[in-house]
Design a protein around this ligand. Structure first.
Ligand code: SAH
Length: 330
C-alpha cells in the first residue's frame, strides 16, 4: 500500500495551532518535530541523567525546523484483499472514512496547506515490525559460538556451535557487543557443572550459551513478559528447554536461587544498583559477569562491583561497551 507523507513547516509557537487544525480534520496520528524537545536530551538539564547514551545523529533531527508530519493513504491504493487495509502507516488500526468524509478532509487539508510551507511525497508502506530481520544475519560472536536467526540456514565450520534465535520483541540477538562480550567471558571463565543465574535473560541467549558450555542448573529471570516468552521459545529451538528454568520476576524481589555464575547484561545504572543483589545470589567462587557498561561509566561500575564484595579479574571492551568478569573476595 502507498501513503502520502505530508510535512508541514511552521513557527515553533504555531505548532499547537497546527495540531488543532489537523485534529479538526480528523488527522490525529501526527509526529510533531519541536526543536525544544532536543533540550530533554541535554546533559545540562535536570533529567539528562536519565539517558545512558544519546545518538548525535538523532539529536540533529530534533534540531531541524519545527514541523508536523503525518501519513494518509494515497488515492487508489486500496486493495480489498490486503489484510493491512485497516491499518495506518503507523500500524495502528483505525476506522475507514466514507467517501464524503474523505472528500471533506482532503478539501480542508488543501485549504490548510495554502497557509503553510509544506512538502508532500509518496512512500511505500513497510512492515516495520519485521524490517530489521533483513539485517540479522549469521555471525560468529566468539571463539566457538555463531548466532543465527532461526529463519536462516547456516552451515557450521568444524568446532563452531550454532545458536538459533527468534527474538520476538526481546533483546538479545547476540550481535550486540554488550551480549557477545559476556559470551566471550563465559567461554573463558565458566566451568562445566556450574550453576548459572541469567539476570535479564531477554531472548535467553546467555542461558543457551551456559547450557552449551555444560552448566548444570540454569535459571533465567526477567521482569519483561516478552523476554519470558522469548527465552522459552529459544530454549526449545536450541534443544535446552529441560535445562533452563525460566522465571518472570525481579532479581531484587524475593528470588532465592543462588548460583556459581551470575551473568547480567544490563545498563550502567543497573550494574551499579543491582551488584549488591548479585552478590547475595552467589555461591562458591561467585563468578559475576556484568555488561552493558557504556564508555565513561567504567569507573562508577567498577567501584559498584568492588563495593559489592567482588574482585575484577578480567575485562573486555568493544564498540563503546565494557564487560567485567569478577569473583567474590574471600
Ligand atoms: N541477556 C540478554 C538480554 C539483555 S537486555 C543479552 O545479553 O543479550 C537486559 C534485560 O534485563 C531486559 O530484558 C530487561 O527486561 C531485564 N531487566 C532489567 N532489570 C531487571 C531486573 N531487576 N530483574 C530482572 N531482569 C531485569
Amino acid at each position: 500500500m502507498k501513503y502520502k507523507e505530508y510535512k508541514i513547516y511552521c513557527e515553533q509557537d504555531k505548532l499547537e495551532t497546527l495540531e488543532a487544525q489537523l485534529a479538526a480534520l480528523g488527522i490525529e496520528e501526527i509526529i510533531i518535530n519541536d526543536p525544544a524537545d532536543a533540550e530533554l536530551f541535554s546533559p545540562e538539564k535536570a533529567i539528562g541523567w536519565f539517558w545512558n547514551a544519546v545518538d548525535e545523529s538523532v539529536l540533529a533531527q530534533f534540531r531541524e525546523r519545527p514541523s508536523v508530519c503525518f501519513y494518509l493513504e494515497a488515492e487508489n491504493s486500496e486493495d480489498p484483499s490486503d489484510p493491512r487495509e485497516e491499518r495506518g502507516a503507523s500500524g495502528i488500526a483505525r476506522e475507514r472514512l466514507s467517501a464524503d468524509q474523505l472528500k471533506r478532509r482532503d478539501w480542508g487539508l488543501a485549504q490548510l496547506l495554502k497557509s503553510y510551507e509544506a512538502s508532500v511525497s509518496t512512500v511505500d508502506d513497510q512492515d516495520w515490525l519485521h524490517k530489521w530481520e533483513e539485517y540479522y544475519v549469521p555471525s560468529k560472536i566468539s571463539e566457538h559460538f555463531v548466532v543465527k536467526p532461526d529463519w536462516k540456514e547456516y552451515d557450521p565450520a568444524p568446532g563452531e556451535q550454532v545458536i538459533s534465535i527468534d527474538p520476538g520483541l526481546a533483546f538479545g540477538t547476540g550481535t550486540s557487543a554488550t551480549t557477545y562480550l559476556v559470551v566471550r567471558l563465559m567461554e573463558k571463565w565458566m566451568r562445566p557443572g556450574d550453576d548459572v543465574l541469567d539476570v535479564g535473560c531477554g531472548t535467553g541467549i546467555l542461558s543457551i550459551v551456559a547450557s552449551k558450555l555444560g552448566a548444570k542448573d540454569i535459571m533465567a529471570v526477567d521482569i519483561d513478559p516478552e523476554a519470558i516468552d522469548s527465552t522459552k521459545r529459544n530454549a526449545a529451538i536450541n534443544g535446552c528447554e529441560g535445562r533452563i528454568k525460566v522465571v518472570h520476576g525481579d532479581l531484587t524481589k524475593g528470588l532465592s536461587y543462588r548460583a556459581d555464575v551470575v551473568v547480567a547484561n544490563l545498563i550502567s545504572d543497573l550494574v551499579v544498583m543491582l551488584s549488591p543483589d548479585v552478590a547475595a545470589h552467589c555461591k562458591g567462587r561467585g563468578l559475576y559477569i556484568s555488561s552493558g557498561i557504556i564508555d565513561g561509566t567504567e569507573d562508577r561500575c567498577r567501584k559498584a562491583v568492588e563495593d559489592a564484595g567482588f574482585e575484577i579479574i578480567d575485562q573486555l571492551h568493544d564498540d563503546c561497551w565494557t564487560a567485567f568478569a569478577a569473583v567474590l573476595r574471600k
